[in-house]
Design a protein around this ligand. Structure first.
Ligand SMILES: Cc1cc2nc3c(=O)[nH]c(=O)nc-3n(C[C@H](O)[C@H](O)[C@H](O)COP(=O)(O)OP(=O)(O)OC[C@H]3O[C@@H](n4cnc5c(N)ncnc54)[C@H](O)[C@@H]3O)c2cc1C
Length: 407
């Protein structure tokens, strides 16, 4: 009889990796747990990188958990090491430091990376992406010297960065290929709301425009040329055109994927001993009937909690309602639910600094976007799964959603 201990190997040490390890332990997994992560830092909070971190020269990363948590729970951390290769025949991972580590259970929590700009000049200096704390350090240092900043992409990250830098008195231009900002994630009314806010603060927004090339001098970016020939001065360019899931390792194992590693409601991949969670995953759930890849802290945490619990022996399914947030200026956008499939929307306008939009499929409210209405958002998170909000109530501007909480 073999007395060899078994091992759960987790690749990727961020929200999903850290949470998965902690929940596997809490649910009774008593074998070895090793997290291997490419970044040298303890798992840390990523959202501040495009928000407070850029504002505060003294701010450093905030760990998700103290080092003592991992040692107390007997979770081994291998930081600053990349997994290069997985060998399905021997259940082994080959690491960038030359080590080889075997596993019985594997969890892929490898996240996503920024989609790269591919036009001429995209390899010039002073062209930045933002995913890691190392990226944020480089961007913060560059921003201190910058005068003319061009942000390519008006998604959450691009607009959050624009809002910080324009308040630092930089000339900020945002280029967006779609005809409105945040087009992939919010209703037209909310796009309009944020466009007005950015314009008010002095950001120049160019929608329905795409980048033709970047032009440099002595290897450093100097101008951004648009498809219509417009030339914009730039000493700093920030690219925020979405992300792509890190699928290389799952492909080596031949796992099923659909714009993300395909998992079921228990975070199981198409291979019995392999789990996956977070930004690298596509799943079908109660709030989405075809596979979706969500990129949010809520998703990474809740999904990896399920994975950890299942690895620990519990029977748990991922059924949480999705929610997201974004901070720009003094505005907090919060979204609960997913708008895909909505047939009608009801807008509840407010002042210049608040608004909400409720999306319905038939009579069912499926998603609520709100700005600076935290109370409404918190009630919505509780009420949406219970389906108790009606169009008629919302069309009444005086209706207080908190009244429904008593139902
Ligand atoms: C700037 C920024 C701002 C954001 N703001 C918000 C926000 O306001 N609200 C919100 O909900 N979400 C926000 N997000 C998204 C949120 O941070 C992600 O959804 C979340 O980090 C996903 O966690 P994860 O653990 O799945 O993956 P990740 O955080 O991407 O972590 C994956 C880890 O795996 C490592 N890794 C990858 N491949 C390997 C390998 N082969 N070997 C070893 N290690 C590997 C990576 O280096 C990384 O450390 C933001 C993201 C960014 C970048």
């Amino acid at each position: 009889m073999s007395l060899a201990r078994q091992r759960l190997l987790i690749i990727g040490g961020s929200y999903a990796g850290s949470e998965l390890a902690s929940h596997a332990r809490a649910n009774g997994y008593c074998e070895d747990i090793v997290i291997v992560s490419e970044e040298a830092e303890l798992p840390y909070h990523r959202p501040p990188l495009s928000k407070s971190y850029l504002k505060e020269p003294a701010e450093e990363g905030t760990p998700l958990r103290a080092a003592a948590f991992y040692s107390a729970n007997n979770i081994e951390l291998e930081l600053g090491v990349r997994v290069l290769q997985l060998d399905p025949a021997t259940n082994a991972a080959v690491l960038s430091n030359g080590a080889r580590i075997t596993f019985d259970v594997l969890a892929l929590t490898v996240g996503a990376r920024p989609r790269e700009l591919t036009c001429a000049g995209s390899d010039l200096k002073n062209v930045y992406y933002l995913r890691s704390i190392a990226d944020a350090r480089a961007l913060r240092a560059a921003a201190a010297e910058a005068e003319n900043v061009v942000v390519i992409g008006a998604g959450f990250i691009g607009l959050e960065i624009a809002s910080v830098l324009v308040q630092q008195h930089k000339q900020v231009t945002v280029i967006e290929a779609e005809d409105r900002v945040l087009a992939r994630v919010v209703a037209p009314e909310v796009s309009e709301f944020f466009s007005t806010q950015h314009a008010h603060h002095g950001v120049k927004l160019l929608t329905s425009r795409s980048v033709h090339s970047l032009v440099g001098e002595r290897g450093i970016v100097r101008r951004v040329i648009l498809d219509d020939g417009t030339s914009i001065d730039a000493d700093t360019v920030i690219v925020g055109i979405g992300s792509v899931p890190n699928l290389e390792l799952s492909q080596q194992l031949g796992l099923m994927s659909r714009n993300g590693i395909a998992v079921d409601s228990r975070s199981r991949t198409s291979q019995a001993n392999v789990f996956a969670a977070g930004d690298c995953v596509s799943y079908v759930g109660p709030y989405n009937s075809s596979g979706i890849r969500l990129e949010s802290v809520q998703n990474a945490i809740d999904q990896s909690r399920v994975a950890g619990a299942v690895i620990g022996g519990a029977d748990r399914a991922y059924e949480s309602i999705p929610w997201f947030w974004s901070d720009q200026y003094n505005l907090k956008l919060q979204i609960v639910g997913l708008p895909a499939g909505a047939t009608e929307s009801v807008t509840r306008p407010g002042t210049t600094s608040d608004i909400s939009v409720f999306h319905f499929r038939g009579d069912a409210c499926i998603c609520i976007e709100s700005v600076n209405r935290p109370r409404e958002h918190m009630y919505a998170r509780k009420l949406l799964p219970r389906g108790v909000v009606t169009k008629k109530q919302l069309q009444d501007v005086d209706f207080d959603i908190s009244a429904l909480n008593k139902l």
